[in-house]
Design a protein around this ligand. Sequence first.
Ligand code: ATP
Ligand code: MG
Length: 239
Amino acid sequence: MTDTRRDEELLAVRDLVVNYGPIRAVSGVSIGVHRGETVVLCGANGAGKSTTIKAIMGSVPASSGSVHLDGQPITTVSAALRARRGIRLSPEGRQVFATMTVEENIRIGAHQLKATDRNTRVEELFDTFPLLAERRRSRAGDLSGGQQQIVAMGRAMASRPRLLLLDEPFLGLAPIWIASVSDAIRTVQAAGTALLISEQMARPALELADRGYVLKHGSIARRGTADEVRSMALAEEYV
Ligand SMILES: Nc1ncnc2c1ncn2[C@@H]1O[C@H](COP(=O)(O)OP(=O)(O)OP(=O)(O)O)[C@@H](O)[C@H]1O
Ligand SMILES: [Mg+2]
C-alpha cells in the first residue's frame, strides 16, 4: 500500500533535514506531490520554505532524509541533472537576468532542449504567455515585479518540466498582477505540469491548489486540502 502510493507520487520528500552550519533550517519535512497536482507550502518568514524548495531543486544539500522523483532517489543528484529530469525552479525574488531581453531570458531556460526544438518551444511560450510576446524585446530589468514573475515562470517552463517549483510567486505584487500571475499558473496547470508553490501570504496560492502544508520552524505543523489549510492558515494569519 505504502509502496504503491510512493509509486504514484511524482515528488516524494521524506524526513528532510537541512542545516546551514550550526543552524537547522528544515527538520524532518515530508511532502508529496502527485502528477499534475498543485500543492502549496505556506509558512511565516523564516519557516524554511525556500530551504525546502532549494533542497528539492538540489541547490542546497540535504543533511539527511531523501528526495525521490518518479520513485527514483535524487537526493544526491546535482541541480543541473534534476533540471534535466524535469524539475525547474522559479526562485524567490524572480532573479531574472535584468540586462537581457525577455526573449533572451526564455532562451536561457530552453538551453537544455535540442537546438532544433528551441525555437519551437520559445514560440509556444509566446503563444501561451502573451505578455512574454508583447515584451519579448524589452530589458527584463525594466519590467514590473508581476511581469518579471511571468518571465521567471516562462524561463522555468521553457524545458517543459514535469514539476515546477514556485518560491513566493506573489510576493510584493499588486492585486492586478496577482491576477495575471494566477492566470499564468492556471496555464501551467492546464499543460499538466505539477506545481509546488511556497507562499507566506497563502490566499492566492490556495485558490489554485489541491492540497497544502503549513511549515512552522522547519517542521510540517499541518497538512490538508486547500480548504482545510486555508482555514488553519486564516487562524494563524498566513493569508
Ligand atoms: N544561507 C543561509 N545560511 C544560514 N542560515 C540560513 C540561510 N538561508 C536561510 N537560513 C535560515 O534558515 C531558516 C529558514 O530560512 P528560509 O529562507 O528557508 O525560510 P523561508 O520560509 O523561505 O522565509 P521567507 O518567507 O523569509 O522567504 C531561517 O532561520 C533563515 O535565517
Ligand atoms: Mg523564502
